[in-house]
Every structure is written in structure tokens, then in C-alpha cells.
Design a protein around this ligand. Structure first.
Ligand code: URA
Length: 236
């Protein structure tokens, strides 16, 4: 059994305060009856909870888009450092979310958090080859030769040959867009290093069909829309 306001907030769609207001306004139905009190306990496995006539979809999995800021770890917990989970409210933290893949501590941008293990497995599988688009700022600009080298497969310092990647030069090549179809440790930084440059700033903009919402500030998050969830292959 869970308090109604906590249950509503655990979907990530409303804060506890908004949930209380929804109840007050008579917009929340529990098993067809308007809820009177946000503190009432409900069993989400057994009761149908509707807000404005729509099922809150409690039993379904949760998919969160986070604009990861620099300085937090892509991990679920750490004894010393802040993790991406620390950026979410407690109701969501309790849902067992984890980041799908990792961004370095100093990398910003799109991070998907979910409790859908099967989806994470599909997206992270070495066979999946989902496009990942990054914006990078470099200390030494890259050029046309580097673009061709990226297309042919950069060889990293450990001898690994990367899959073909797209390098789009912005302006003089000090800023670039890089599209990868794999995700090796520090891959962009190591690819840039292989071409004699260093990444000063890195931000992930897109993963497959999912683009970072430009309205989210660093540290901001929101639930994926149903369309976005379908686009990444969730809720099958
Ligand atoms: N490549 C990197 O070097 N770092 C990231 O965080 C992501 C891709």
C-alpha cells in the first residue's frame, strides 16, 4: 500500500505538491471513485488510478530523460560522489532506475534512465549499433583528412579499430558533431587524441530516435513521452 500523493509522484509526472492539488481538485479516481485525500493508501497493483480519466500507468516501466550536467557520475550510487540518481526526487529514486550506458563525469547531455532492463540490454548490446550523436569542442581543430579517417575507422592507442563514424566539422573544425554506432570507454576523447586533438567539452545530443530536449537545463529531467518510448522500443 502506498500513499496516493507518493504514488502519483513516483510516476515522475507530478510533484507531491501537484499530486495533492490534483486530488483536491477531484481529478484523481481510485477504482472509479474520486479520491478525497492525498494521504489515502492505495494498492497500485490492485486499484485502477486515473488522473483526468487516464490511467497513470503505474505498473509500466519508467523512462526518464536527464540532461546530465558535468561533475556527476553515471552510476546509481557512490560513497563519495554525486550520481545522476541524486538529481531525481526520492519517489523516482526508489523505483530502481539506472542509467542506460555511461557518460564520463565531465560529459554533459542526454542520459536515459530506466528500470526496463530488457530495453537497456537491447540498446547497449554490441550488436545494437544505435547512433549516438555528440557535440565536441576541441583544442586543435579537425579537418577534412580527419573526417575521412573517422569514416574509415579510427585506430585507438590500444590498436582497436573503431567502427566507421561521422565527423561533421562546424566552422573551422574546433567544434564538431560526431556520430558513433558503438560505445567504447572514453571513445570520443580517444578518437580525438588519435588525431592529435583534445576534447575540451563534450555533450551527447541524441541516442537513436531520442534527442535531448532543448528545454531541459543541465540537471533537468522529464519523463519520456509515449511516442519517445515507442521510438526507442520500450513498452513492447
Ligand atoms: N566518449 C567519451 O570520450 N566520453 C563520453 O562520455 C562519451 C563518449
Amino acid at each position: 500500500m502506498e500513499r496516493l500523493d507518493k504514488l502519483l509522484a513516483s510516476t515522475g509526472r507530478w510533484s507531491r505538491r501537484e499530486a495533492k492539488r490534483l486530488v483536491k481538485e477531484g481529478r484523481v479516481l481510485v477504482d472509479g471513485i474520486p479520491a478525497l485525500c492525498a494521504e489515502d493508501k492505495v494498492n497500485p497493483e490492485r486499484s485502477a488510478v486515473l488522473v483526468d480519466g487516464a490511467d497513470i500507468g503505474y505498473a509500466r516501466q519508467t523512462y526518464i530523460m536527464l540532461h546530465k550536467p558535468a561533475g556527476v557520475l553515471s552510476a546509481t550510487e557512490d560513497p563519495r560522489q554525486r550520481t545522476v540518481l541524486d538529481l531525481l526526487p526520492p519517489e523516482l529514486r526508489r523505483r530502481g532506475l539506472f542509467p542506460v550506458g555511461r557518460l564520463d563525469r565531465d560529459t554533459e547531455g542526454l542520459l536515459l534512465l530506466t528500470d526496463d532492463g530488457a530495453l537497456a540490454h537491447r540498446l547497449l548490446s554490441p550488436k545494437s549499433h544505435v547512433d549516438k550523436v555528440y557535440y565536441a569542442h576541441l583544442d586543435v581543430p579537425l579537418g577534412e583528412e580527419d573526417r575521412l579517417a573517422f569514416a574509415q575507422g579510427i585506430v585507438l592507442e590500444d590498436g582497436y579499430r573503431c567502427m566507421a563514424a561521422e565527423l561533421a566539422l562546424l566552422g573551422d573544425g574546433g567544434e564538431v558533431l560526431i556520430t558513433l554506432r558503438e560505445g567504447k570507454f572514453h571513445q570520443i576523447k580517444r578518437m580525438a587524441a588519435a588525431r592529435g586533438s583534445r576534447v575540451i567539452y563534450l555533450k551527447r545530443l541524441r541516442m537513436g530516435a531520442l534527442s535531448l530536449d532543448g528545454a531541459l537545463p543541465p540537471g533537468g529531467w522529464r519523463c519520456l513521452t509515449e511516442e519517445e518510448i515507442a521510438g526507442i522500443g520500450g513498452w513492447k
